[in-house]
Each structure stands twice: as C-alpha cells, then as structure tokens.
Ligand binder design. Structure first.
Ligand code: AMP
Ligand code: MG
Ligand code: ZN
Length: 706
C-alpha cells in the first residue's frame, strides 16, 4: 500500500527519516489518516492521537509487539550504551577483549558495535538469532532480526562484533549453548537428573519465545522437543514408581547416604519391606524357561490325571462326572455351583487339587499329595464354619477358577514364574478363609475379638491369611514344606500382599494407581501390584459372568448382608449399607456396583492384560531371536511359552481372552429392567395400600360421625 517513491501527505519521505516515537519532539506526525503514511507502514511508530493509527493498531494487533519492543528498546538503549562504555572501561583495565567475555558468557550477549555507516548498533544475540538494533536518527529505533542462526563454536571475529555462525544444532541436540561457555559443545545432562529438568524447561521456554518470531530452525525445535519429552517421561516414570512403591519411603535416601546395614534396618523396621526378603524388582523379566517347564509339567500331569493315574488320584478319587466338569475350568462362565453339587459341597478341594496339579506345581514344589489333600480339606471346612450364604467354599472356588482363567486364557501365567503362579492360586484359595459372614466394619463396630487382634485394620483379610498359614503349622497339612527358605519368604510375602489387597477399602487406590501406571509410556509393570489387582478383580467378578450365575451370587450376597443387618438390629447398631432387608434396592445397588466399581476395574484389568501380553510377546521374540542366532533354530522353550490353558496346544493365542465386558453390559441392562419392574410393583403396591386405606377410612368415617 505504501508508495515509497513519494512522500506521504504529511511530507514524510518513507525512508524512516521522519519516523518518530510517540511523544518525541520532532517533525509533525501523521494525523490525517493516510493509510500509506510511512510512519504507519514502515516503522509502526503509532500516534496515539491519530484515529487511523488507532484503527490500524486494532487490525494488526500482532504489530504491537514491534511497537512495544521499540519503545522498550528506546528506554533500554541508553542504559546499554552506558553499560557498554562501563564494560569497555573495565576491559581496558583488565586488558581483556570482548571475545573473552563472549566465550565465558556463552552465546547470549548484548554488544554495541558500529555499523559500516558509522552508526551505533546494538546486537542482541543468543543461540539462534541476532537482533540488530540500529540507532535511527531522531531518537528512533530500528529493530532488525537477522536470519536465524545456530551457534556451534566460538567462530568469533577478532575485531568488532563476534559473528554468529550458522550451522547444525549442537550435539546437545537443542541448539545453542545458552548456559555453557560458547565454543564448548556440551552434552545435555542425563535425562534422569534434576539438571536435565532445568535444562529442558529452559530450552522449551527459549524455543517458545523464539517461536513468537517464527525463527526457530526445525531441527532445533525437533531436538529440543525430543529431549524435553525424554526428560518428562523419565520424571513421570520415576514419580509413578514412587507412587506405586508407597511402602518404600526410604527410596529418597540415597544408597550411599547410609551404610547398607543401617538402610536394611530402616527398611525392616519402618517400612513393610523386609530386610531379608530378596528385593522384587518391577523390571524382573519373565522367566520363560521356568514357565515352559510348568506348562510341560502341566501337560504331563494333566494327561496322567485325566487317565486317573496314581500320581494325581491316589489320594483324591475323582468321580467321572466331576472329572468331566473339571474339563471346563478354562471357561469364563464355569459353573461352580454344579461342581459343588457333584462333589457334595467340596468344590474348592476338587478344583484346587486339579489346578495345582495341572500347573505342575505339586510336582515342582514337591508337595505331598496327601498333605495337599489334608490342607484343602481344612481350608474348605474353614469356609463352612459360619454357614455363610455367600462367603463360603463356593465363593473361594469361584474366585480360584476365575484367577485360573486370568492366568491361562488371559495369558498372565506366561509372565509369571512358577512360584508366582503358585502364590496367586494359593492366595485365591485362602482369600476369605474363615470368613464370618460379616464385614470389617461390623467387626469394628461390634468390637469383635478379631478386630481387637488386628487393631481394626483389614480385620478379616488379616485373619484369612494368618489362620490359613496357621493350618500349615500342622505337619500333615504343610504344602510348603519343601520350599526353600527364599521361596517360602517370597511366596508368603506375595500371598500376604495379594490377600490384604482384597480389602475393599483399597479398591479405588488400586484401580487409580494401576490406571495411572498403565497410562505412562514404557512403564514397567509391577508384578505384585498387578497380581493384587487381578485377584481383587476376580473376587468381585460375578456381575461380569452369565446372568444365571450372577443373579445366584447376588441373591447369596444380599442374604448375607441382610443377616448382618439382622444382627445389627439385635445389637442396637445402625444398619450398614445394603443390610436392611426391608429397604435395600437390590437392582439399583447392582447397577451402581457395575457402574462405579466393577466396570472401571475390569477396564483397567483389560488394559493390564494387554500390556502383559505385549510384554510377553516382545520377550518371546527376543528369546527366539537370540536362540536362533546361537543355535540356528528357534528355541523349543520359548516357542512353547503359550497360554497355560493350552494344556495340549502350544500356540500363542492371538489375543488374550477378555470376555467380561459383554456380560457386564447385558447384566446391567437386565438389572435396569428389574429396577423398572420393582419401581412399578412398588407403585402398584402403594396405590393398592392407599386404596385400602381410603376404603377403610370411608368405612370408619360414618361410624365416627354417628
Ligand atoms: P470379599 O469379601 O473378599 O469377597 O470381597 C468382595 C466384596 O465386594 C464383598 O464382600 C462385597 O462387599 C463386595 N461385592 C462383591 N460383589 C458385589 C456385588 N455384586 N454387589 C455389591 N457388593 C459386592
Ligand atoms: Mg474378602
Ligand atoms: Zn472374596
């Protein structure tokens, strides 16, 4: 729009000669609204009194930046001149040159130089760009951004302004070396250091500020972002690890800060981690060889077992109908009620015996079949002690079978060692042992003996574990007799952790923590925490099974709750939620349980299982590659590391089975229908009651008036 060949209506030449800063004395300003006035188009020296300037200012808001910069610079310029001469003077005294300063201060600097035309010029430069601020005549300021450039070395001229040299990004990967000495190409600090956080943050800010001018070279931008991302990820991982490892409050204590002995004492005394327990590392790799052995043993024992061989059946004679039913234990909707009927109320014993054999654990850990049978008999009896409608041997068998599904069909077993598989199944078997049919809260409120023993903390869960381990004190029930000391410690620690995590008060924390962990890129899974979540999910999984199974469980659970309500009433205690048999809305409670508890849990479980599956596949591929490179053929062990469910088939499943979501949806809909029916029935009953009341009132009324 501006015509540089002529002057504007105000007589400005269009070359900046007449450009002025607002408020400065000088030639007349543009006041008449000529859009091609050089004051407006060339130097953006807005006149606050000029209506066109105002209009243009609104239209080109971004140009305000230049205006602000100019006015700021005009203030700064004198200060810089003053500073510069002061520096010059000091340099002379110390017999140093500007290059010395440049080298020491890094790539950022402000210099005052003289241009070819003899005018003073301020050069502001950093890792990417030089800004040349020319001292225009009449007190005005010209800011020019010289082409983006990246400084790599101290390519400084010996006289005048040190020249920025364009070049590739430094090996720091993030452009200039803003804090280090110019000329030194420093590597960025390792991503897991505090320094890296600071560096990444600073670089990001620098890039952000440069982006405002659009002058950050793409390569620099990319490298800065990549580095910052690495740092962030590392920080996230570290934070998550700390979050998950809540017990390890001593993780902040640097290993070298205290002697090992003191550290171990601190750990054993003030955290839940035992000093003598071999530290479980979340990055422990699955040991395929051992799992493969388990599978092989499982296959072998399974075959023998199915032929009712002496090794498996000598102590537990399994009637053929039970054997047939046990062939369906790999199914998500296995009918545990049927098993209990066929086995005359011994579902837990038959199922557990079968599974421990199929996984080859009886063989692997040299369990005496007789001891195992004794142990299981004791445990099953403990589940029947209080005659609970829900928390009985069937529930234990149901949870154990569901855990087995997770291990075999969802592929989790491929990720575990034999000992971990054993601990997981064992935890499921004993997880509600000697359940009283009342809740933890009831124990606390009624000041039960058990609450006294466990100080109101996870009262039932503590009892389940403690009393189950006590059963094994009897020599003829000790199925752990042949575990090594280390194996016993690890096994016990895992079982304790898993069963304690079935306390519902830890539900939200567990789900949230796992969700957060899974959301993090490249997070290595924590095995104990993963197994805790899986057992917890199995424990509450019946609303994700076939409707016929789920409603039966719900009926039993509600009956147990109501029985507790009856006791509460007797004791003069307030009803616990869902325990008043006269008011509890069963359908609504199930919808709530599905929506807020089970669905989120199973969602996270699905994610976890996929992550485990990917990790196992990756591990397997690596193993294959390494064994192929050493032997020329893929290893037999690794190619076998398939789902334990295979018991006979050795293919790696394409995808882990996750059938629960469809049942959850169907069951939810059915509860909704029920809720609507219940509401309608209630409405009709109330209507009926009011009709009856009115009728009797009408009958009574004449009598009363008579
Ligand atoms: P556990 O007592 O170890 O079996 O832990 C599971 C707990 O989850 C039960 O005691 C119930 O309090 C609760 N729960 C499980 N299934 C349901 C359900 N369908 N509706 C309501 N609460 C349930
Ligand atoms: Mg429990
Ligand atoms: Zn349970």
């Amino acid at each position: 729009m501006s015509d540089r060949s002529r002057t504007c209506d105000e007589g400005h030449a269009g070359n900046g000669e007449n450009a002025v800063l607002p408020g400065s004395p000088g030639p007349p300003r543009c006041r008449i609204g000529n859009p091609s006035c050089c004051c407006v188009t060339e130097y953006r020296t807005w006149d606050d009194d000029c209506p066109l300037c105002q209009a243009l200012r609104e239209e080109h808001v971004q140009d305000e930046y230049t205006q602000i910069l100019n006015s700021e610079m005009s203030v700064m310029i004198e200060a810089v001149y003053g500073l510069s001469s002061l520096v010059e003077q000091k340099l002379k005294e110390k017999q140093k040159t500007r290059q010395d300063i440049w080298k020491r201060e890094g790539t950022f600097g402000i210099f005052v130089t003289k241009g070819e035309d003899g005018r003073r010029r301020i050069v502001v430069r950093d890792g990417w760009t030089s800004y040349h601020i020319d001292d225009a005549q009449s007190g005005g300021v010209l800011v020019r951004r010289v082409q983006p450039r990246v400084l790599t070395r101290s390519h400084t001229t010996t006289t005048g302004t040190p020249e920025a040299v364009e070049g590739p990004p430094t090996s720091t990967g993030v452009g200039g070396n803003a804090s280090g000495a110019a000329g030194r190409v420093t590597a960025p600090p390792p991503v897991d250091t505090l320094e890296a956080c600071e560096r990444a943050a600073r670089r990001l800010r620098e890039v952000a500020s440069h982006l405002q001018h659009g002058d950050v070279p793409l390569a620099v931008l990319q490298k800065t972002l990549t580095y910052a991302a690495c740092v962030l990820e590392t920080v996230c991982q570290e934070e998550t690890r700390k979050l998950l490892d809540e017990d390890d409050e001593l993780s902040e204590v640097r290993p070298d800060a205290v002697p090992t002995e003191v550290r171990e004492w601190l750990e054993s005394t003030f955290t839940r981690q035992s000093a003598s327990l071999p530290k479980r590392r979340s990055e422990d790799k699955p040991r395929f060889r051992s799992v493969a052995n388990a599978i092989r043993a499982g296959i072998m024992v399974d075959r023998l077992y199915r032929r009712v061989s002496p090794s498996a059946a000598v102590h537990l004679q399994v009637p053929p109908p039970i054997l047939d039913l046990l062939k369906t234990t790999d199914e998500w909707c296995f009918n545990v009620f049927k098993l209990n009927e066929l086995s005359t109320d011994q579902a837990l014993r038959y199922l557990s015996f079968d599974l421990l054999n199929r996984y080859g654990l009886v063989h692997k850990f040299k369990m005496s079949s007789l001891f195992l049978e004794n142990f299981l008999t004791q445990i099953e009896a403990g589940y029947k002690k209080y005659g609970n409608p829900y928390h009985n041997n069937m529930h234990a068998a149901d949870v154990t079978q569901t855990v087995h599904f997770m291990l075999c069909r969802a592929g989790v077993a491929n990720w575990l060692t034999d000992l971990e598989i054993f601990a997981t199944l064992f935890a499921a078997i004993i997880h509600d042992y000697e359940h009283t049919g009342t809740t933890n809260n009831f124990h606390v409120m009624s000041r039960s003996e058990t609450a006294l023993i466990y100080n109101d903390r996870s009262v039932l869960e503590n009892h389940h574990i403690s009393s189950a381990f006590r059963v094994m004190q009897r020599d003829d029930c000790n199925v752990l007799a042949n575990l090594s000391r280390e194996e016993y410690r690890e096994f016990r620690s895992l079982v304790i952790e898993m069963v304690l995590a079935t306390d519902m008060t830890s539900h939200f924390q567990q789900v949230k923590t796992m969700k957060t962990a899974l959301g993090h890129h490249d997070f290595s899974l924590d095995k104990p925490k993963s197994l805790c979540l899986i057992l917890h999910a199995c424990d509450i999984s019946h609303p994700a099974k076939e409707w016929s199974l789920h409603t039966r469980w719900t009926g039993y659970l509600m009956e147990e709750f109501f029985k507790q309500g009856d006791k509460e009433k007797q004791l003069g205690l307030p009803y616990s939620p869902l325990c008043d048999r006269n008011t509890t809305m069963v359908a609504e409670s199930q919808i709530g349980f599905i929506d807020f508890i089970l669905s989120p849990t199973m969602d996270v479980c699905s994610e976890l299982i996929m992550k485990i599956y990917q990790q196992v596949l990756h591990q397997q591929q690596q193993q294959r590659a390494s064994s192929a490179s050493t032997t020329g053929t893929p290893s037999e062990d690794s190619s076998r590391s398939s789902s334990v469910s295979s018991v006979g088939s050795q293919d790696v499943p394409k995808e882990p089975a996750r059938p629960w979501m469809k049942y959850l949806e169907v069951n939810r809909l059915r509860w909704q229908e029920r809720a609507a029916q219940d509401a309608e029935a209630k409405r009709l009953a109330e209507e009926q009651a009011s009709v009856t009341n009115n009728g009797s009132a009408e009958e009574a009324a004449p009598a009363s008036t008579e």
